[in-house]
Design a protein around this ligand. Sequence first.
Ligand code: SAM
Length: 302
Amino acid sequence: MAHHHHAPGHDDEHRSENAHDHEHLDWAELAPLLESQAELFTPLYEHALAWLAKEVTDPGLIVDAGSGPGVISGLFAETFPGARIVAVDGSEPLLERARARAERLGAGDRFATLTGDMPGVLAELDYPADLLWASRSIHHLGDQGAALTACVERLAPGGTLAVMEGGLPSRFLPRDIGFGRPGLQARIDAVEEDRFSCMREELPGSVAQAEDWPALLTAAGLHHTRSRTFLLDLPAPVPDRARAYVVESLTRTRDLLGEYLEADDRATLDRLVDPDDPASVHHRPDVFVLAAHTVHSGVRPV
Ligand SMILES: C[S@@+](CC[C@H](N)C(=O)[O-])C[C@H]1O[C@@H](n2cnc3c(N)ncnc32)[C@H](O)[C@@H]1O
């Protein structure tokens, strides 16, 4: 069973992680969701990669740590046609998707994968990375500070570490949707924040850590830290695949976090995900997607 939940700026696949037991987080089961979500978010990632490309010129080796199905790894292959890419993840079925994607993009010959548990598996990389990217994967590791240090150790001198963590909770609906108590999404976010804390506390080797990412990057030995937030702004009326994402997202919220919401909010959410209800997100014209994800980067001193 996948547990998912949402904290600010974490994507929907984090929704309710932890609503159930955390011992069996099954990333492979989430593969189609992770992949379609990352595809929807491609414009956001492209902006983030363009921002990185201004500072990181001609990287020889790019590592995508906690790549999942490799949608972003594929974007790295496109943005940096001279680079080799290694996607690292604990889930082999997800990496299989990443390899298939690289083949489809014509980048199979400069694409490799490494399966194993982070951060330890990073020591198995054969060469130091010029750019190491970790989007929404560090927060799944018990000791985030140690994980960042392990990432920095795999950087070439002058290499860049970029982590995508934090941002803002996503919005799909106006504050007042014409029924139920206004502000539903804000209350869902509050529940998700708490579930996220529980998820972190239950990770093996969990270390409490303030989420000051620039400070954490500095403590891991990086210089020139900078942060920038990128938006996915899909205003209403949304295309079908954006609507499908909202449906999937709120359905997961209902299934995995519903028990933590007040009864009136649960009833509103039930209506919102009911395909037979004309006021559901399946049909309503006011659905939108507004997401904000932050990238924090730093450079290993030469
Ligand atoms: C939320 S997904 C992010 C996927 C992708 N980076 C993205 O931004 O779309 C987190 C990924 O981290 C991987 N992961 C979580 N804990 C891990 C660990 N201890 N070792 C290796 N990979 C891990 C999961 O398999 C999953 O693919």
